[in-house]
Design a binder for this molecule. Sequence first.
Ligand code: ADP
Ligand code: ZN
Ligand code: ZN
Length: 718
Amino acid sequence: MEPTTIQVAVPRPLHAVYDYKVPADIDPPRVGARVRVPFGRSRTVGVCVARHVANPHPKLKAIDAVLDADAAIPGELLELARWMSSYYHHPLGEVLATMLPAAARKGAEFKLDPPPAWIVSERPFANGRAKEQARLHAYLAEHGPVADKKIVELGFSRAVLRNLAASGSIRRAQFEPSASEAALTPTAAQSAAIEAVVAGLGHYRPILLEGVTGSGKTEVYLQAIAASLASAGQVLVLVPEIALTPQTLARFQRRFDRVGMLHSNLSDHERLQTWLRARNGELDVVIGTRSAIFTAFQKLSLIIVDEEHDSSYKQQDGLRYSARDLALKRGQDHQVPVVLGSATPSFETLHNAAQARFAHLKLLERAGGASMPSYHLIDMRGQSLQDGVSVPLQHVIRKHLSARGQILLFLNRRGFAPTLLCAACGWQAECSDCDARLTLHQQPAGLTCHHCGLKFQVPATCEACGKPALMPVGVGTQRTEEALEKLFADIPIIRIDRDTTRTNNQLEAHLAKINQGAPCLMIGTQMLAKGHHFPNVTMVGIINADAGFASPDFRAPERTAQLIVQVAGRAGRAERAGEVWIQTYQPESAALVALIEQGYTGFAAHELGQRRAMDLPPERPMAMIRADAVQPELSHQWLTALLEAARRDASLQPTETLGPAPAPLARLAKRHRYQIMLIAPDRRALHRALRHISGLARANPPPGDTRWSIDVDPYDTL
Ligand code: ADP
Ligand code: ZN
Ligand code: ZN
């Protein structure tokens, strides 16, 4: 009999699907099972994607082993992988490798840890002489299920637990029930939103839930989840990287018993355990960051994407997928509602809502009666500055401090100053490996490249003219902190950025101090901007609104406005109304005025008009082809040749190509970067062009150390 031949997707960039034969002594794997195969001179773990492929090649290699009796990747996810491979123009084997938890990718056995808790079994406890065992048995009878860890904390020895378990009078059990909190009484707007989601259960229904910060979106999620669990479903909740804190998890655990968490700070083993439990149907709710979108479920009934505009949903290297977009795709595949929540929806989502492809629900008021902050501009032209803090801003700060309010100042720039300039000749300190200026830091003093991470000593004199005329230009959070210390000597100042706050514990310590409620000044980057609840903040100051709007990236205004609104959302969250003060040198800027006078909605309408006029997304679909190499001209030449060859074919026709041009950050970590931008009249044309170009690129791979990539729906064009 002919040996079975299978097709295996391996995590390699080129073709990624190869035929192998299955030796007679191995049972052929199911489609979706992992197999260990020889590849080149090494071995790798791949996924069987088809069986009984006809391939009479006599030298076909044989697989080493089948790792799963069943499919590791259920059929639905395999279909999703195929779809992603064609949508993102990425090899199937690498897509599958991205989907699998790291441990599974490395070949780990799919074995669940024993359940973490203990309860009494049906068999009575009969060893009256073992006093400690009797005590533990009685405790479990009253309190179980109780986790191993808790038992040890209560002072029982491991031996007592072991002996009691051996007697058979206790057994392992799943999760300790954690739900203890009742639902809040929803407001009318919340009720309408909950009903809309519940009415959509059992169907694909994308819903934009636009709700100002503090309007009670999370309560809507919680009650919609409860309704969907009532019919034995499972729910996936995606949250931004920065938002998956122990508090977020706790909030869900107070409502639901079987909640699992997936994020990058877990060990590979922990991630695999949660993934397997969701796949088995042992978890009701999985809450996770971007890659949690690849969780397998028994019966998915609802998907929620919180802060759907957040950049962390887009993977920026390798397989450049958007978890938000994949949530919609999975919602379609499973026929379940997908709730996209945000105070500042992405333009893509607003566009879809405007085209009536998404339902659009609004929560316009804050829950619990808190009012929305008022916005004010500070015209910085001609103002005298104290390290970034203008005199009018100082006045407002004093006013709020004397009313015993807390103040949050936002500046999205770490370090002391973004530039070190020679006042004599104009030289600026630049990174040796990037086309970028170095940021001056103090304590410890040094120059740091915020792009590649290189550090340099601060020169005593100018490297160009030798004069001792170096001066810091511009402000970062360190400099503002110093200025505030001088201006407000008796007020505690708390700086929160990646330099002061590297760990979760440090962040917790800062937040605990703030939440004591005494007047204080906070200065921080976007670390401070998102998610936190500061009931005593009555004023928010934006130190520099202009930098974000000025970036060459077409999404910069959208991103900047989202950040400003998110930061502003920290003010006046409790009974005291808040004020937002924005420093700008461009008080007449149409974007800024729209934002101040009409809020995010008005701003978005204005900006979407600009995007439309310029044929940019979301009006037109876009993709980028990027290439970089250490040798300056290498990637440029390859991209030029690629585009020339591609243009010979009519299939490129309706799609506009721009470039190859140097990336705005033209050199990064010694590599010279070039890019081609593609803008198409519709998705079909875009994909036709990309298929054509990627086919040519794979047939004529770039020389030397050149790396190249395709980015469909790029988030970042820098
Ligand atoms: P969002 O997710 O929109 O920022 P949250 O769900 O965190 O808002 O709600 C903000 C605050 O309002 C929380 O303290 C929450 O407990 C409270 N809240 C939400 N809904 C209600 C309600 N229906 N009644 C009373 N308080 C509510
Ligand atoms: Zn000089
Ligand atoms: Zn650098």
